[in-house]
Write a protein that binds this ligand. Structure first.
Ligand SMILES: [Zn+2]
Length: 486
């Protein structure tokens, strides 16, 4: 009897302890510690659901760089006090954007342009899938060492005003591969040794080239899976990628190869290759891609942007941003020339060529609509770097996909949750959920009704630190932000 009473008493005490946290939230002055940052009001697009699910908010509470509490508008929960608050009013609150396909270039020794441009355009995460480019090819510098130094610099706490940088290191190619910065491998042993060196370096993924044989591609997949690393990159044929277990198709030409009406010859990989796409064969391939959970990264902007009607007027925006006082004004002249030359590519084409390119784009768009409507996941990742500007191109990629006919919410998933999933970073980022890193963008208008509103950026927050606010108009820019022109 005594034992029973004592046990009951202990249980009652435990019950009281269990009640304590619930009681304390109802009296904020008692035990709730001050939050680092509180966003008041706004409409939350947490990107957790597969369909738009806007939630009016009472407050979003940030502590220690993480999302601590999500208090919905109809909740009776008290708002913790904080010295730092943002009045979101009718703003839309989304996860920070993630560009999962960029190529870091040594534009400046301190990479300040990359940090500034990413923060300005709401990008809180970048994934470099092949660093250094011509610079390392010419200087003989090792791209892996080069990008590791950049990654450490970008991610160090001394540099809070930039995105998180993830990286793959040098790409893997076969012995007859022609990429100047690729690593040539031919056996399982060589693949294992190289991947071990990448793990030591601290990579977040592995990049492969089209030249890999089907056998070597499968070996790379197996060895990467064993090390918990995602594999991104090029291939010759989507079916070959699927068979090897790849979950990522970069650019459209592997898709086109799988369903082309004839051999493209030397046009392989160009928009003239996409022109050969036989769309009657698309449904079968799409089923296989969706069933196998393969993400497609079409790089619309990189491959079609310079002749696409949806990009009319955007070249002038880039040119203006490279002028004195613009966001990219301190880019080296050599790299500015690269950007200008890229936009001028269509000038060298005759009317017939332009028509073929436009027809190719129409086929790509039609394929992507079918893919998206079948549940396929399109990544909004830009291939920015050498001659395409980081930051703004993510919004252009979104616009091109919207103009193709992809639903805006699915486009936003492709710039937030899906790249986080593809790179195995979804425990950390990609959605707004309790416990995740507080990477947040506040937009002044609804991007699910018009994707162009993705540029209406009011605040950019990375790990709880405000990188851009509505009055940060110190950089003279084209009118990309309503808030800056107010
Ligand atoms: Zn690329």
């Amino acid at each position: 009897m005594t034992l029973l009473r004592r046990t009951t008493s202990v249980l009652f005490t435990l019950f009281l302890f269990a009640l304590l946290p619930a009681c304390s939230t109802e009296n904020p002055t008692q035990t709730v510690s001050e939050a680092d940052l509180v966003i008041l009001g706004g409409v939350l697009l947490d990107m957790v659901a597969d369909h738009a699910d806007p939630k009016p908010l009472k407050a979003l509470v940030i502590r220690g760089g993480k999302i601590d509490r999500i208090i919905l508008a109809d909740s009776i929960e008290a708002i913790p006090s904080s010295l730092n608050t943002i009045q979101a009013d009718s703003n839309f609150i989304l996860p920070g954007f993630f560009d999962a396909h960029v190529h870091f270039r040594p534009w400046l020794p301190d990479a300040s342009i990359w940090k500034r441009a990413s923060s300005y355009y709401g990008i809180t995460t970048l994934f470099d899938t092949g660093p250094c480019g011509d610079h390392c090819a010419e200087s003989g510098q090792d791209p892996n060492e080069w990008i590791k130094a950049y990654k450490d610099f970008m991610n160090s706490s001394a540099v809070p005003d930039g995105p998180t940088l993830f990286m793959t290191g040098r790409r893997i190619q076969s012995l007859d591969g022609t990429h100047p910065l690729g690593v040539k491998l031919s056996s399982r042993g060589e693949v294992a040794t190289y991947l071990d060196s990448l793990v030591t370096l601290g990579v977040d993924g592995v990049k492969v080239e089209s030249s890999l044989s089907a056998e070597l591609r499968t070996i790379v997949m197996e060895e990467a899976n064993a090390r918990g690393l995602p594999v991104v990159g090029h291939s010759r044929d989507a079916n070959e990628s699927i068979a090897a277990g790849m979950k990522f198709i970069e650019h459209m030409w592997p898709i086109t190869s799988s369903i082309a009406s004839s051999d493209p010859g030397e046009k392989f990989g160009s928009p003239q290759h996409d022109h050969l796409m036989a769309l009657n064969k698309a449904p079968e391939l799409i089923r296989s891609l969706v069933d196998n959970g393969v993400y497609i990264n079409p790089t619309m902007m990189g491959r079609h942007g310079y002749f696409a009607e949806s990009m009319n007027g955007e070249a002038a925006v880039d040119f203006q941003s490279m002028e004195f006082g613009g966001l990219f004004s301190d880019m080296p002249e050599h790299d500015k020339e690269g950007v200008r030359a890229w936009w001028a590519r269509a000038d060298e084409m005759n009317v017939d060529q332009i028509e073929i390119y436009k027809e190719s784009l129409r086929k790509v768009e039609e394929f992507l609509i079918l893919f998206s409507e079948a549940g396929g996941k399109i990544l909004v990742a830009t291939d920015s770097g050498e001659d395409k500007l980081v930051g703004i191109n993510l919004h252009r990629e979104m616009k091109m996909l919207a103009d193709a006919g992809i639903a805006p919410y699915r486009i936003l998933l492709g710039a937030t949750r899906w790249p986080a999933e593809m790179t195995y970073k979804n425990e950390l980022i990609g959605t707004i959920e309790q416990g995740k890193q507080a990477d947040i963008v506040l937009l002044g208008s609804d991007p699910t009704t018009d994707i162009r509103n993705s540029r209406d950026i009011r605040y950019v927050i990375k790990a709880g630190t405000v990188l851009r606010g509505p009055t940060d108009c110190s950089v003279i820019m084209p009118p990309v932000s309503v808030s800056c022109s107010e």
